[in-house]
Design a protein around this ligand. Sequence first.
Ligand SMILES: Cc1cc2nc3c(=O)[nH]c(=O)nc-3n(C[C@H](O)[C@H](O)[C@H](O)COP(=O)(O)O)c2cc1C
Ligand SMILES: CCCCCCC(=O)C(=O)O
Length: 369
Amino acid sequence: MTTSALGQEPSVALRTEDFAVLAQARLEPAVWDFLSGGSGAERTLAGNLRAFDAVRLRPRILTGTAEPDTGVELFAHRWPVPFAIAPVACNRLLHPEGEVATVRGAGALGAVTIVPMLASRTLEDIRAAAGAPLWLQLFWTRDRALMTELVERAESAGYGALVITSDMPVMARRLRDLRNRFVIEPEFGPVNLGSAGVQVRGGEGESGVRAHAAKTFDPTATWRDLEWLRSTTRLPVIVKGVLTDRDAELAVRHGAQGVVVSNHGGRQLDGAQSSLTALREVTRALGGRVPVFVDGGVRRGVDVLVALAAGADAVLLGRAPMWGLAAAGERGVREVLALILEELREAMRLCGAATTADLGPDLLSWSAP
Ligand SMILES: Cc1cc2nc3c(=O)[nH]c(=O)nc-3n(C[C@H](O)[C@H](O)[C@H](O)COP(=O)(O)O)c2cc1C
Ligand SMILES: CCCCCCC(=O)C(=O)O
């Protein structure tokens, strides 16, 4: 009998939220707020979850599905699982091993990790620990030389793609962080940015993270900068933060080789539509021209199934694996992902879907219960 990260009782960790309970117990309250909070009145944060709660399934029967195949094909690579770890800044806030533990846990399932530009371990150390492919996430920084330096390091270290987060011209007002005047202490902070990684303290009613973003991130970036970024690299460039059909179209026109439908986990524009709602308009607009990823509010395997059925090629997981990381490091990440995979497998069987290609809009009912 194996025990879970939650202690001696294997039956305790039945849902990812069980890991959140342990994570909260382990973390400083201000770090927990940073991890779990959203912006403004947290309407979009709540909306991401509500959108999944509202979908109902239209399963097929007697399809003879014993062992569903959860793999997907992306950029000429086969992913054994249709999810990846979303970029989450400064994993050392959550566990002393930081991103090294995250990629080890993800690697156990063959899951890609999107390493944040604001990682608290070096890109090279993370690469050395990884058991599955890594992608690098970037923000638009005022210092473009910093971006090109990171791109070169990612290419040399064997990262497989770049994800350019484009929904943070400014960091939104996250009220929990403002109240806590939350600042990331140097030992947990970004280590790949040189002097640009040095954290600043916020003044009255300001957080350190927001002050740092204001100092470092470039609010003037446009689609032309996307063309520039593409010209600097041979890696695929994926735009994160797309919420409308119009921007999805523009992203592809300006060279994006993939998009991430995301409202940043409800941490940027409060009131933005849910990522699941946005996914439907984006997949309709793009019609399969480039891979579409989605994140926001995915907490269980059936959410992954719903996102794939709504047209996503794969799903990114933000807070859920981070709860595992905070609860039990590498092991916690692995257990959260294994739980989501087990739930997905069960949901596929119960929907009569033998492969992820069998998951389509016919499975979904958008009208209430
Ligand atoms: C604590 C925290 C830090 C984050 N840091 C980043 C980041 O550095 N770069 C980025 O593109 N997104 C960042 N995100 C957003 C995630 O990549 C992702 O879009 C979001 O968490 C998905 O929602 P979910 O947490 O409901 O799964 C962060 C999210 C959280 C919760
Ligand atoms: C170190 C300051 C900026 C952290 C930004 C990370 C992020 O994207 C988030 O949502 O938080």
